[in-house]
Design a protein around this ligand. Structure first.
Ligand code: SF4
Ligand code: SF4
Length: 421
């Protein structure tokens, strides 16, 4: 369980975390560093520091990238402490109106589907669509959204509504797909690619149509009521389908880290029975490349296919490498057909940072994003890949701002393309 006092006291002030810290890179000040956050959280816990708007802004500037946890000699969970204090912030100051609207939609899939349909019909009024990269650009500045910024565009029919619930491919295996919201409402090619891969592997597919949002956007913002509602809904749905499936596969680092890691942490202090249940369910839940690399014959199949000419590079999403230890698996699969050049630091955060950073502190996301875009360009790759749609949204915009021609593809899209060739 996360306890501000003992974790703050366990910091030995060695400073190893500071050179790796994403917010410290964007704002080189001790208060916006892991060591500084822990000091402030300790003082807040002792009652020496009041939670005011300045402190709120400091705690909301952490990218939750977990770089600090990775290098800390005591593995102090700075990210978990920031998530916890954001709950206190949300309680004291309430959630901004736009966040309440977004989280309400995420809790009500029927209205989300309807809203997305309306959004699709009217998006051309306010945005220029760049369909080749599933993105759109505001025609004029909107509240919180700059004119030149690229955002994910909407599709008329969601991925989950585009296919039957059960797709029989030969019965060599049975997998459920948890697609995640961005890939369901915008980046549909990820789900389509996953269906093509399972067809080639002769695995039957069950689209988990009653899935709810994993709750990550609400979790990182301190809206724990929405997290509890969404997590309970997903967990009871997973229990319903658990026995009939070999695995539940998620082609998204953030959703899979939220479900596999954060659901357990979240319920450990609220409902131990649910936390125990989740640990059991986790045995069958995988990030897509992890499952495809370790539990299928996809590598062998890919080795019989053509080599691709596009040079690629791979970005490690924070929620894949640092939270789940997944970094070799996508490389093992992509290396069968692509020539892969590593960036100087593939593990550096892309700068997405969550809803608050994307909306209220976007200048910080831009600063970190620019460095990532330059790193990508230096590899001379024409494609950058990462198994995360939040990274896709952030990196696509950063590349665009950098004037780069490099395009972003989830590894699932690239593998499906190879199978088609
Ligand atoms: S989670 Fe990332 S941004 Fe936040 S304190 Fe740690 S290293 Fe810095
Ligand atoms: S690495 Fe860990 S112990 Fe060292 S200053 Fe950072 S948080 Fe404290």
């Amino acid at each position: 369980m996360i306890d501000f006092k003992s974790i703050s006291e366990a910091c030995v002030k060695c400073g190893k975390c500071i050179p790796t810290c994403t917010i410290h890179e964007a704002n080189a000040d001790e208060v916006t560093s892991p060591r500084g956050f822990l000091e402030l959280l300790g003082a807040y816990d002792r009652g020496d520091l009041k939670l005011d708007r300045e402190l709120k802004s400091i705690f909301e500037s952490c990218f939750l990238c977990t770089n600090c946890v990775d290098v800390c000699p005591n593995s102090l969970p700075v990210d978990g402490m920031i998530e916890k204090v954001r709950f206190d912030i949300a309680k004291k100051y309430g959630l901004a109106f736009y966040k309440r609207v977004v989280f309400w939609f995420l809790r009500h899939r029927f209205f989300m589907d309807l809203g997305a349909k309306f959004g699709f019909i009217f998006q051309t009024c306010g945005f220029k669509i760049k369909s080749e990269i599933n993105s759109m650009k505001p025609r004029f500045s909107l509240p919180f959204i700059k004119k030149d910024r690229l955002l994910p565009s909407l599709t008329l029919k969601t991925f989950l509504n585009s296919h039957p619930e059960v797709i029989k491919n030969g019965g060599e295996g049975k997998v459920g797909i948890f697609i995640g919201c961005l890939a369901n409402y915008s980046y549909k090619e990820i789900g389509e690619g996953l269906l093509e891969i399972f067809k080639a592997l002769k695995f039957d597919v069950y689209l988990l149509k009653k899935q709810a949002c994993c709750g990550a956007p609400a979790y990182f913002t301190g809206d724990f009521e929405s997290v509890e509602y969404l997590a309970r809904k997903n967990i009871s749905y997973f229990e319903e389908v658990f026995d009939g499936l070999d695995a539940i596969v998620i082609p998204e680092a953030t959703c899979s880290a939220m479900i596999k890691k954060d659901y357990v942490h979240f319920f450990e202090s609220r409902d131990v029975e649910i936390a125990v249940k989740m640990k059991k369910l986790n045995k069958k839940i995988f990030m897509a490349t992890e499952f495809l690399d370790k539990h299928t014959k996809l590598k062998e199949l890919l080795s019989t296919k053509q080599k691709q000419t596009d040079p690629i590079t791979y970005h490690d999403p924070c929620h894949a490498r640092k939270m789940q230890g997944i970094y070799q698996e996508p490389r093992n699969l992509l290396a069968q057909n692509f020539s892969l050049t590593e960036m100087s630091d593939p593990n550096a955060c892309c700068g997405f940072g969550g809803v608050t950073i994307q909306v209220e502190k976007f200048h910080l996301a831009q600063k970190i994003g620019q460095k990532k875009a330059q790193m990508i360009d230096e590899t001379k790759a024409t494609i950058v890949s990462a198994e995360c749609s939040a990274c896709k949204m952030q990196i696509t915009n950063s590349l665009h701002e950098n004037g780069s021609e490099v395009v972003f593809k989830n590894p699932i899209e690239l593998i499906a393309r190879v199978l088609r060739s």
